[in-house]
Design a protein around this ligand. Structure first.
Ligand code: GDP
Length: 362
């Protein structure tokens, strides 16, 4: 095996390339060139503020990077962008696979773009951490929208925990807002956990549903309905229209059983057909009404402040969690303690104390 030269190692670490690449002199030259061309934080931020999409993408890549040498740069960029962020409406969209989320976002995105809005579409995809795929990974799902100059689509970072993805998405929102995007759409699949994370970073939560045969309320987690500011029954077209109208009545009835929201907003149920671009304007009008109400009663800014406080605490928890569980000494000691528990030679409480004390001493 070829031995790495020290300067090559430094470069490889910085750019995260493979062994074979760094032993190749041509690749090394390319890396040097790449290094020379790296813009400074100030340059990157200036370009982001001008709405330069490649600089925005580059900065998001730094946020998503697992290379520790990028952490400080990413954090400096976010800090510099913060004063220019916040001026947007953040909309979370969820629904089970197949309900028509991509089709809806395509239709909704085009509608808003025609109105002159600038839209960023991001995703929180818990499945991507397992499959390394992503709900937005397959951009063919939003073919037209990808080509729209007013629209920026960024798939969920893969190979990360939900907590990691959520933090990166939140930071990405800040950069997108600084780049001038006024409508941030965050897509997630309707499977539970990720909805809560999305709800904690958006102003408005939209649940897409289908009219089903029989019990309309089956299969919907109460928590998700409770979060929704609007339920849109999609595929309300053709032979499905009648069932959709019935579902609307049922959902409306169900929504009235929930306690009044702190926002004072009464959640709505609307019909739409993402495929035929029907009902999209009513959905946007409802979102606009929500904004008018919550900005007038100050709920809008209070909620964003609450979310910031929540994310501060969450970030501390995430960091403590990673520092502890990713520590190699702890990993080994944890395995040993688990074995002792199996053999009834220690108690969970004693084992936890032992491990926490061990971490303190490291
Ligand atoms: P997702 O998995 O939630 O993103 O769903 P997709 O957007 O990929 O849509 C799933 C399927 O439903 C596709 O075949 C779409 O063409 C179809 N679809 C989406 N919206 C509508 C709609 O409003 N009406 C009808 N009839 N089909 C739709």
């Amino acid at each position: 095996m070829t031995k790495k030269k020290p300067h090559i190692s430094a470069l490889s670490e910085q750019h995260g390339v493979s062994d074979s690449e760094i032993t190749n002199e041509a690749a090394l030259d390319k890396l040097k060139l790449k290094r020379q061309k790296q813009p400074s934080v100030v340059e990157l931020v200036q370009e982001i503020l001008k709405g330069n999409i490649s600089s925005l993408s580059r900065a998001i890549t730094l946020i998503e990077s697992k290379n520790p040498s990028h952490y400080k740069t990413a954090s400096d960029i976010i800090k510099a962008c913060l004063p220019y962020a916040n001026k947007s409406i953040r909309v979370g969209i969820t629904g089970v696979p197949g309900v028509g989320k991509s089709t809806f976002i395509e239709s909704f995105g085009k509608y808003l773009s025609q109105k002159g809005n600038k839209i960023a579409v991001l995703a929180i995809d818990p499945s991507s951490s397992i499959s390394k795929g992503s709900i937005l990974g397959d951009k063919t799902r939003m073919e037209d929208l990808v080509k729209d100059n007013n629209v920026f689509i960024r798939p969920s970072p893969s190979g990360d925990t939900l907590g990691g993805v959520a933090r990166k998405t939140r930071e990405t929102i800040i950069l997108c807002e600084a780049a001038g995007f006024d409508t941030i759409i965050i897509e997630t699949v309707g499977v539970g956990q990720s909805e809560t994370a999305v709800n904690d970073m958006v102003d408005f939560f939209l649940l897409l549903k289908l009219a089903g045969a029989g019990d309309e309320l089956q299969g919907i987690k109460r928590g998700i309905i409770e979060m929704a500011d609007l339920i849109a029954i999609n595929k309300a077209d053709g032979s499905n229209l009648k069932a959709s109208k019935l579902a609307k009545v049922e959902f409306n009835r169900a929504l009235h059983l929930y306690p009044k929201k702190e926002s004072e907003w009464q959640p709505k149920v609307l019909l739409c057909s993402a495929l035929k671009n029907d009902g999209i304007d009513s959905i946007w009008n409802a979102i606009s009404d929500y904004l008018t109400l919550t900005k007038a009663n100050n709920y809008f800014s209070k909620r964003r402040q609450d979310q910031n406080k929540f994310w501060l605490l969450q970030s501390i928890k995430d960091k403590l969690h990673t520092d502890f569980f990713e520590n190699t000494v702890i990993k080994k000691a944890l395995k040993e303690q688990l074995l002792l528990i199996e053999k009834n030679q220690t108690t969970p409480f004693a084992a936890a104390n032992y491990l926490l004390n061990l971490k303190k001493e490291l």
